[in-house]
Design a protein around this ligand. Structure first.
Ligand code: NAD
Length: 433
């Protein structure tokens, strides 16, 4: 099948590469010339485990190409995936301008009937809007069908998720279009759930909102545990053994971040608001997360009443491990606050430092190892649970002025920190010193 993917971010590039890996001929379009130049050379513009290898393989086997030209990309494609961003508007709603532009690009460049598959996360009704835009601008006599196919990959394991996902959701109203998209996806051997377009659009938002709710819920429980002297790890384990609850997404920490949960929760509040429904529970989830992202500063302040002039080492900047994505990472809010309080901030992240330099305050300094960041510091804040951080030799903390570690991701056991004489403050667990 000749497939075109519009947008080569985390979703578009992974989709294009995965579809080429199962045998389709894929051309990916992006308006970002630098990205396309890199991808043509087989260099992935994003960090995602396993992506570069599959990309190189499929370019070599001539199933995968890249272009900035919509006419070149759309010329032969029977099926076009839209995978452009749907960022947050000021009021929290989803900005659909990139999706609308992609729809126009399709209409203005295809010269045959086309099936448009929407991978981007879009509010209920957007596929109908896409169909209308394409049909309006399409040459006379040509037909468009739309299919909603929301993406559930997780950054950091996106390639794995494409081949081992829990389900592929296909929302379609036209049987022939559904069969074609089903056939395209068959080689992934992932269960396919067929539904109507509006429900497919809603499944994506509802899934992300539910996962965000689990995170905010366990974070609230962890805060109560701290006040009562219970241990959140034991509580989560005990809860997770109940199969109705499940053990995933019950890890307390400094809240969710990234390019999806923050914007998708706010968008769903807006989607509900548009039909005059107040989604009170989800509003609570969003507020709890905002509060939780800042919780480490309070803990630091309790230990160091004067932060001004102190050297604070920040370990981990990406919103979660195994990605270079900094979007909505708690590290943005936390480093901003530390700088405001007059701290000297020295940060380290195994992968995300290049991206961080474009986003964080220019006053943040960067170290090229955990050891260099921690050296002679007054306190260490841990923001991302990278394996490299979790597996660090605890002796490194004795290079500090006095070993004081404030851990937003519960990377270490209380016993190990106590044994090593480290003043250790984590989330939802007793202090060990
Ligand atoms: P991204 O911002 O990383 O990438 C979007 C890309 O689209 C950019 O490279 C941009 O240059 C390109 N683009 C924009 N308009 C274009 C046009 N008209 N023609 C060609 N290229 C164009 O976005 P992302 O993180 O990959 O997310 C894409 C969508 O998928 C969003 O709706 C997001 O909510 C959803 N999603 C993301 C994830 C994730 O983990 N990142 C997971 C599931 C769903």
């Amino acid at each position: 099948m000749n497939i075109c993917v519009i947008g080569t971010g985390y979703v578009g590039l992974v989709t294009g590469v995965s579809l080429s890996e199962i045998g389709h001929h894929v051309i990916c379009i992006d308006v970002d010339e630098d990205k396309v130049t890199k991808m043509k050379k087989g260099i992935s513009p994003i960090y995602e485990p396993g992506l570069s290898e599959l990309m190189a393989k499929n370019i070599k086997e001539k199933r995968l190409r890249f272009t900035t030209s919509h006419s070149e990309g759309l010329q032969q494609a029977a099926v076009v995936y839209i995978a452009v961003g749907t960022p947050e508007n000021k009021d929290g709603s989803a900005d659909l301008s990139f999706v609308a532009q992609a729809a126009k690009d399709i209409a203005e460049n295809v010269e045959h009937d086309v099936i448009v598959v929407t991978k981007s996360t879009v509010p209920v009704g957007t596929n109908a809007m896409i169909k209308e835009i394409v049909q309006t601008h399409l040459s006379d006599g040509l037909q468009v069908e739309v299919v909603s196919n929301p993406e559930f990959l997780k950054e950091g394991s996106a390639i794995h998720d494409s081949f081992h996902g829990d389900r592929i959701v296909i929302g379609a109203e036209n049987e022939q279009a559904f069969s074609i998209i089903e056939e395209i996806n068959q080689p992934f051997r992932v269960p396919i759930f067929k539904t109507d377009i509006k429900s497919a659009e809603m499944i994506k938002y509802a899934s992300n909102a539910f996962l965000a709710t689990k995170i905010s819920f366990i974070n609230e429980i962890s805060n109560i545990c701290e006040l009562l002297g219970a241990n959140i790890e034991n509580v989560s384990t005990g809860m997770g053994l109940d199969q109705r609850i499940g053990s995933q997404f019950l890890k307390a920490g400094i809240g969710y971040g990234g390019s999806c949960f923050p914007k998708d929760t706010k968008a769903l509040i807006q989607i509900a608001g548009n039909v005059e429904y107040e989604f009170e529970l989800l509003k609570g989830v969003v507020n709890v997360n905002k509060k939780q992202q800042g919780i480490l500063i309070g803990k630091l302040n309790d230990c160091l009443p004067v932060i001004s002039g102190k050297k604070i080492a920040v370990l981990g900047l990406a919103f979660k491990p195994n990605t270079d994505d900094m979007r909505e990472s708690a590290s943005i809010l936390i480093t901003e606050e530390l700088i405001k309080l007059g701290a000297e901030v020295v940060a380290y992240d195994p992968i995300a430092m290049d991206n961080a330099k474009t986003i964080l305050s220019s006053k943040v300094q960067y170290a090229d190892s955990i050891e260099r960041a921690v050296d002679n510091s007054d306190a260490v804040l841990i923001l991302t649970d990278w394996d490299e951080i979790k597996n660090v030799d605890l002796a490194v903390f004795h290079k500090m002025k006095r070993p004081l570690v404030i851990d937003g991701r519960n990377c270490f056991t209380l016993e190990a920190m106590e044994k090593n004489g480290i003043d250790y403050h984590s989330i939802g667990r007793p202090v060990s010193a």
